[in-house]
Write a protein that binds this ligand. Structure first.
Ligand code: NAP
Length: 431
């Protein structure tokens, strides 16, 4: 027998559990711990609420969760309720699948002004994550700036731009839908510090902007490189750039503009007690492919700034950390004897949800190679004793299913669920 604890119940956590099941069959017991009483991490709180087909992957994780060898142990915070060394004393392997839920800092003057929000917070807010239920982003003004040229920037711009009826069938949090319904955004400027051929936006997600009922994606044709240069691009990026070329030709009129501002690096953010504008440096790409400021600067008005420039993994006491990369220090997933990292906590916030599957399976193979069976550790039996001694109210997968049923029951018409946006409300279902 091997006892394995996985910290984090998002995609990396569940794919690791699936990999361990396949590798060890009935000769391993796998506990998936999460600090929230609800599972699925990024699937629940990161994937956009209007992308339900992506969220459906949770059904696959449910199959893993319901097998006899896997347990969900929710409402347990590693580092507070139990330390890493206490887990290592009890389990043969501890796998950190904690993702990258913290915003990378913009690091420019004024980035702490009210109204400047990181994407982790903004996305968490509209997805009903309990950490951000009280965010109250300033949505009353006319102009929003979204910083970054990745898929998260696209998610944020799209959510800001959609009309209420375009959220039908989504599980956007009621508190966010109510606020977004009353917004009067006229321009959403997407600031990309490099050019159209250097975006990190994928074609399907970019193409969605073409079909918004009240928002028009706008690209300045002057920013586009000669069309023949697209031939050298990898096919996905070529398709994304073709969307930008189509946007540059549109002439229709809609109340909201989603303006792509390429070669635009945020220099500082200004405002009197609240964000009012972003001062931007015009950039160019030099012959070596490096981005350089041209010396030109200008101001983009903004009553809301959402910075979508990537994420970091929060450190955990006692775990070696790579400060520069914002993730656990590891070699191919190995951190220390018995301690592993997987998914974004291992490699940083890149790739699709599916990228985490081979990651998780690879960790199972490392555990098989590193850890002999029958060490004498007792895994979940000892965990349960310790958590009970500490009065931790553990939430099981069956408990989660009750919370889920209550969320489904309270959904607005046509929506798959209405998430509880506080931990108290989640736990109240179980009382
Ligand atoms: P990302 O794809 O890495 O994009 C980050 C963007 O921020 C890049 O355009 C980057 O520009 C820019 N950036 C970084 N630091 C900056 C700075 N200091 N100032 C200005 N711009 C800066 O990250 P993401 O959008 O957070 O997405 C994370 C991962 O999740 C990605 O793999 C993404 O594809 C995935 N995701 C997928 C979906 C989907 O499939 N529907 C949805 C959301 C997220 P440079 O390129 O110049 O560094």
């Amino acid at each position: 027998m091997r006892h394995i604890a996985i910290i984090g119940s998002g995609p990396a956590g569940y794919y690791t559990a699936e990999g361990c099941q396949k590798t060890f069959g009935d000769t391993a017991r796998i506990d998936i711990l999460d600090r929230l009483p609800v599972p699925y991490g990024l699937i629940r709180s990161g994937v956009a609420p209007d992308h339900q087909s992506i969220k459906n992957v949770a059904r696959r994780y449910e199959t893993v969760a319901l097998s006899d060898t896997v347990r969900f142990v929710g409402n347990v915070t590693v580092g507070t309720d139990i330390s890493i060394s206490e887990l290592l004393d009890r389990y043969d392997a501890v796998v950190l699948a904690t993702g990258a839920p913290a915003d990378k800092s913009l690091g420019v003057a004024g980035d702490d002004l009210p109204g400047v929000i990181g994407s982790a917070a903004f996305v968490g807010w509209y997805n009903g994550h309990p950490d951000f239920a009280d965010l109250a982003p300033p949505l009353g003004g006319g102009d929003a700036v979204v910083i970054g040229a990745g898929n998260v920037a696209l998610d944020v711009a799209r959510i800001l731009a959609k009309a209420e009826d375009e959220f039908a069938g989504s599980d956007i949090a009621a508190h966010a839908l109510g606020r977004l319904r009353d917004t009067h955004t006229s321009t959403i400027t997407l600031l990309a510090r490099r050019g159209p051929q250097q975006i990190a936006m994928t074609p399907k997600e970019l193409g969605e902007l073409a079909h918004l009922s009240r928002a028009l994606p706008v690209v300045d044709p002057a920013d586009l490189p000669p069309p023949e240069s697209d031939a050298a691009l990898e096919p996905g990026l070529r398709k994304s750039v073709s969307h930008l070329r189509a946007f540059a030709e549109r002439r229709d009129d809609k109340p909201i503009r989603i303006a792509f501002d390429f070669f635009a690096r945020p220099l500082r953010i200004e405002g009197d007690g609240q964000v009012e504008r972003v001062i931007v440096a015009r950039t160019a790409i030099d012959d070596a492919g490096e981005v350089r400021d041209t010396g030109e600067t200008y101001a983009v008005p903004a009553s809301l700034v959402v910075s979508c420039i990537g994420y970091r993994t929060p450190p955990i006491a006692g775990v070696p950390y790579d400060e520069k990369r914002g993730r656990f220090a590891n070699v191919d997933g190995r951190i220390a004897p018995g301690l592993y990292a997987v998914g974004w906590a291992r490699r940083g916030p890149t790739g699709t949800i599916g990228t985490n599957r081979p990651d998780g399976f690879a960790i199972a193979e490392l555990i098989a190679a590193d850890i002999p069976p029958n060490s004498g550790k007792r895994g979940r039996a000892d965990l349960d004793v310790l958590l009970a001694e500490r009065g931790v109210a553990v939430v099981t997968f069956r408990d989660w299913q009750k919370i889920e049923a209550a969320e489904i029951a309270r959904a607005r018409s046509g929506a798959p669920r209405e998430k509880f946006a506080t931990i108290d409300a989640m736990l109240a279902v179980l009382r």
